[in-house]
Design a protein around this ligand. Structure first.
Ligand SMILES: [Mn+2]
Length: 349
């Protein structure tokens, strides 16, 4: 009955370097085992389409990285996985997000010995490196680049540049309604083949692809203009002795970009020369009503704030949902009011 696996399907997060690096490590694993490689890069909200495709796979090792379980579509995901497993597939899920007990139990109850590793102390690429390609140098490099971006350390130039390159390609593909996986594949394959040196020239600190390099430079310039403008429209409020700042997220800028920008004092000088203090809690509000939560100081818990807005995450970075809105200032008053009602998001000094 037992048929040999002949192919590998990588499903990973399209949003950041961690998702891309994880998938690159998975690709290296596939090549080392002579498995035919296929990939879907995706984001929360698209799981139904992704797992409908998964249900059609046969004799495939399915490795999911840098994505948590979406409990809203848990039943659909599990039945798709069951179907795939009944067709000879095997599931490996490597992640570092929050998992509900129910979701963990559902994966563990699958057939054909599923592997689920959830570790909050590492990024997904580090977990992938350890589990799949522990002795591989390029995978180790990819893991450290992902760690630098996922933990927002920004110590590796090429890692920050890769984050921006990913944003350029993502925003462009979304504007043109193009398939993100296809757009990101060349980048992914180069990373998998040669590591960062496939893309990046360490001498000149430029992308080897000069067109990409130009696009990233232009994107960085535009991005900082947009972030300065967004900052000028900020709403501040002191709640339980913590400074909470809400800023509208401009199109083409990620929450992480804006969060990083706002936690650096040197960016907080306004046009009229006022210098703002770094906020304890920064909340970004996207045009679609999604909330990004970051902290400028270790005085608040972003994940607890996120719970008030149907979200979750880490103490230092989390996300939630406000819902569609018209009036930014009304949203700010509303969020400030919610935060003033409880103190569980405060770290006592
Ligand atoms: Mn990640």
């Amino acid at each position: 009955m037992k048929r040999k696996m002949d192919s590998l399907l990588s499903i990973s997060h399209d949003k950041d370097v961690d998702g891309l690096a994880s998938s690159a490590i998975v690709r290296r694993y596939a090549l080392s085992r002579s498995l035919e490689f296929d990939v879907i890069l995706t984001d929360y909200g698209n799981f139904q389409d992704v797992f409908a495709a998964v249900a059609l796979r046969r004799n495939t090792l399915i490795i999911i990285t840098d994505l948590g379980m979406d409990d809203l579509v848990l039943d659909f995901i599990i039945s798709s996985l069951e179907r795939a497993i009944s067709q000879g597939c095997r599931i490996v899920w490597l992640d570092h997000h929050q998992w509900s007990k129910k979701a963990v139990a559902a994966i563990q109850s699958l057939g054909n010995k599923p592997i689920l590793k959830v570790n909050h102390d590492h990024c997904a690429a580090e977990i992938s490196h350890k589990v799949l390609m522990a002795n591989d140098e390029i995978s180790s490099e990819l893991a450290s680049i992902a760690h630098d971006t996922d933990f927002n350390l920004r110590e590796i130039d090429s890692a920050s540049a890769l984050t921006d390159a990913l944003s350029v390609l993502r925003f462009n593909a979304m504007d043109r309604k193009e398939d993100l996986t296809e757009i990101l594949k060349p980048l992914l394959f180069k990373l998998a083949d040669d590591g960062m040196s496939g893309l990046w020239d360490t001498e000149t600190k430029r992308f080897k692809d000069s067109l990409l390099d130009q696009r990233v430079k232009y994107y960085r310039k535009e991005k900082s203009k947009k972030m300065r403008k967004a900052l000028s429209g900020h709403c501040d409020e002191i709640i339980h002795d913590r400074l909470v700042r809400i800023v509208e997220l401009p199109h083409g800028v990620t929450t992480t970009d804006l969060g990083t920008f706002l936690s650096d004092e040197s960016n907080l000088r306004l046009d009229d020369d006022t210098i703002l203090p770094v906020a304890d809690l920064v909340i970004t509000l996207s045009q679609g009503g999604m909330l990004g939560l970051r902290r400028g100081k270790d005085t608040v818990l972003c994940n607890i704030v996120a719970k008030q807005f149907n979200g979750g995450g880490h103490p230092y970075a989390a996300g939630g949902e406000y819902g569609s809105y018209e009036d930014f200032e009304a949203v700010c008053s509303d969020i400030f009011l919610s935060l003033s009602k409880v103190k569980d998001w405060i770290i006592d000094q």
